[in-house]
Design a protein around this ligand. Structure first.
Ligand SMILES: Nc1ncnc2c1ncn2[C@@H]1O[C@H](COP(=O)(O)OP(=O)(O)OP(=O)(O)O)[C@@H](O)[C@H]1O
Ligand SMILES: [Mg+2]
Length: 397
């Protein structure tokens, strides 16, 4: 029965994810928390990072768009793209925790600055197409999150574990696909066509691509406007020489994600559709040889009362509802009314808990080889170290 307080009928059929073993494993250098929008990726990443640090590891957590109060409690007052030490962690085991928020534009700027002369960098940074690309292009956040991960990983003398949050994309697969999509776009035929004169140094357009394409470029220029075309040409040509191709760079990031030292945690809520989407992500990670550690089922309806008194076994929902009905009919007093309301609340919680349990069972039936951690929903939002520690405890059990 649900001795874990989550209401999942038979936790025995759930393969428990050993989160403490995962964060203690010195061969694990990167933990990526991914999943659909709003499921608890940022919370899980921060809670795991804190737990790992308090278990003795040197950890940096890369958060993406954390809620303001969570950011504040991690000591992140401003978006400065630099890891800062988190104050208030228990360092008794010898660990430490740094945290940062991703500034995607700043990360992009730094890549440009690192790869060219200050004059050229300034020119690119002021280019209107570059401004659009670095601050509002679909996929740039995902691309730059991976870029930042690469940078943090390279500083392994400072941190032996990087915990990565992923962007609040609508679809869970976006963080895997967006960098490639952006790479494909920038290295793709349309952009190559647009930029062929610039890529060839402005000389060879007629010779190399032929008169037909030059004519097409001229048409594009009319459609897009000559200035925009020139902006795109300048930026893509410059980035191309800098990066040796966007697609290639995206592929290198992919390889980092496939490393044995990387572990993926898929975060999902305990609803049927959410777990189905998590299942798709699990399958995709496996198909792409990305090491999956397990699935965190977050915000499971808890059943045991805080004092551990009443559990679902003691009072099934239909029994509670019937009792409430009887109370209202037989003893119309304020106290009886209040008791009846509490019984109805309990019944409602039971309905949700049963739905959650069914959703998890359905997931396990299809993915019986995936380890799961069940985290109950807390009464309030998780926005301070104490709250993160609580989530960490739930994860670690
Ligand atoms: N177990 C929990 N109990 C209570 N509140 C939770 C729990 N997990 C997450 N939350 C709250 O849910 C909200 C969403 O969580 P979070 O920001 O971690 O999700 P996310 O997956 O990162 O969202 P996004 O896709 O927008 O980035 C936050 O307000 C957080 O405090
Ligand atoms: Mg988030």
């Amino acid at each position: 029965m649900s001795g874990d307080g989550t209401g999942i009928d038979d936790p025995a059929q759930v393969r428990p994810l050993d989160v403490d073993a995962l964060v203690a494993d010195p061969t694990v250098g990167v933990i990526v928390c991914c999943g659909a929008g709003g499921v608890g990726k940022t919370t899980t990443a921060a809670a795991l990072a804190l737990r790992a640090a308090e278990a003795g590891r040197s950890v940096v957590v890369l958060t993406i768009d954390p809620a303001r109060r969570l950011a504040q409690s991690l000591g992140l007052e401003e978006l400065d793209n630099t890891p800062r030490p988190v104050v208030g962690i228990d360092g008794a085991a010898g660990g430490r925790l740094d945290a940062m928020m991703l500034d995607m534009k700043r990360t992009f700027d730094e890549v440009v600055e690192a790869h060219t002369t200050p004059e050229k960098a300034a020119q690119i940074l002021a280019n209107p197409f570059y401004l659009a690309l670095s601050s509002s292009f679909a996929g740039t956040q995902e691309y730059m999150a991976m870029e930042k991960l690469g940078q943090l990983r390279a500083r392994s003398d400072e941190w032996d574990l990087v915990v990565v949050d992923t962007p609040p994309s609508r679809a869970a697969l976006d963080f895997l696909d967006a960098p490639r999509r952006l790479g494909r776009f920038l290295d793709g035929r349309l952009v190559r066509l647009l930029t062929s004169p610039a890529r060839a140094g402005g000389r060879a357009s007629l010779k190399v691509v032929g008169a037909g394409m030059a004519a097409a470029t001229a048409v594009m220029g009319r459609v897009l406007g000559g200035d925009l075309l020139r902006d795109v040409q300048t930026v893509v040509a410059a980035l191309d020489t800098m990066f040796g191709g966007f697609r290639e760079r995206a592929e290198r990031t992919y390889a980092l994600l496939q490393a044995e030292s990387t572990a993926f945690l898929v975060v999902a809520t305990p609803e049927r559709d959410a777990l189905a989407e998590a299942g798709v992500l699990v399958d995709r990670l496996r198909a792409d040889a990305m090491p999956l550690a397990g699935v965190v089922v977050n915000r499971v309806q808890p059943l045991a009362l805080p004092d551990g008194g009443l559990t679902d076994l003691d009072l099934p929902g239909d029994v509670a509802l019937a009792a409430a009905g009887r109370l209202r009919a037989e003893r119309p007093s304020p106290t009886a009314g209040l008791t009846a309301s509490l019984l109805e609340l309990h019944a409602r919680a039971m309905t949700i808990a049963v739905r959650h349990a069914r959703a998890v069972e359905r997931f396990v039936a299809v993915h019986d080889d995936v380890d799961l951690a069940l985290v109950p929903t807390e009464a309030t939002d998780v926005h301070d170290l104490e709250g993160l520690r609580l989530i960490g405890d739930r994860l670690g059990r």
